[in-house]
Design a protein around this ligand. Sequence first.
Ligand code: ADP
Ligand code: ASP
Ligand code: MG
Length: 464
Amino acid sequence: MKQKTLVMKFGGTSVGSADALKSATQIIRDAQKDWSRIVVVTSAMAGVTNLLLDSANHPTDAHDAESKLREKHFSAAEALIKNQSLLEETKKEINALIEIFVNLCNAIQVLGEASPRALDAVASLGERMSLRLLTAVIIEAGIKAKGIESTEFIVTNSNFQNAHPDFLTTKEKTQALLNPLLDEGNIVITTGFIGANAEGTVTTLGRGGSDYSAAIIGSVLPANEVWIWTDVDGVMTTDPRIVSSAKTLSEISYGEIAELAYYGAKVLHPKTIRPVVDAGIGLRICNTFNPTHAGTRLTANGKKNGHVIKAVTAIQKQRLVTIEGRGMLGVPGVAARAFGAVASTKTSVPLITQASSEQSICFAVPSETADNVLNALEKTFALEIEEDDIDRVWSTDDVSIVTVVGAGMRHTPGVAGKVFSQLGNNGVNVLAIAQGSSEVSISLVVDAKDTEHAVRTLHELIVS
Ligand code: ADP
Ligand code: ASP
Ligand code: MG
């Protein structure tokens, strides 16, 4: 008996070349043996979203980008699609999207700036192009398939560049549009990363958001499983680009993956987890280039592998912001006002460390937001600064947050001690620390230059 509904998402590398598209096609064909309804979510081809956004920010370079986009999509199409009319039609559709790109860049150049809304219009083109390409490749391979843009059924608010889906409307639209196609035996292929607001204007769910798209679609259909196809063998003990000996974790718990994803492990977008866990859907992360490897499964408790620390991760390009002054002790509501000021800049704070004396508050923010945050804080505390209750509000140079994750830490005394001695013995200076309230993680702030060394050093605690 076949299982019912599967959502599979292919990341940028997994659709990034003719060879990758061939593997993806074979994976879809194989899945048809075991699943009666399959939805495929595609990312933009690797590098395309960056190229699009770079051009929107430097529209004078758009001409170069235009040829690169054409060459990337057309060469894959020409390598895989032998049916001439299908090939011509696909190239025509992709070309029309490239023309929209050129027009948008021209408009941005004339205006002299790109609004978040315009940036989403540009960024969405990557997935819209890869949808045309992948659908044609699948049809060429003799698989019954229909391509449909997720702007048709993922309805979001208008928070461009980080839009939030309206799950109720999305559910209605997704079921109404996708069920008939699935019931007719089509593989449904759709775009990751993008949606549309109630007026139909395209929005994006945030960088890396195609994983989230798969989770949204999986949760509203609903699917039995969501599989994320990427370019590594699942969730590993650390980023294999930093430590080549990193090992795959065959199982990971919800709590562990949430911390890992939030603290920088790019392998899964942090928003992916909640919809699938809430809907009781199985989530698996696997490798398009090594499809027989079982990859990683998300489970309620994760597998104990004998290590208290299971994985290490890092987020770079952060700054520590400090508000300090001896007079703060008596100032009412300092923390509330400080974080209110930060929130007004729409910055999220990944880490807060609190000094018990109430003489300073210190937290991390992404480097590119630091100046805005400092301005907002200086405005909010103008009076206290003038009266010397607050001595200064300042930020460090770039730092990184390195996080060790493992549910076993909750029951094991002395993990923090081990982590600190490991770093100390290896010459890494720790600037700040925070422990996740769930006790599944400990985060340490280190100087930017120490990031990789800190990750490698802490990874030794797992393998030893
Ligand atoms: P995709 O385009 O398929 O979404 P991403 O580049 O977004 O792929 O994410 C996969 C990458 O995540 C891997 O190539 C790897 O370098 C990186 N990564 C970071 N941390 C981890 C980790 N703990 N386990 C696996 N991969 C990781
Ligand atoms: N293409 C988008 C990005 O690069 C979304 C994704 O790949 O998940 O951010
Ligand atoms: Mg990704």
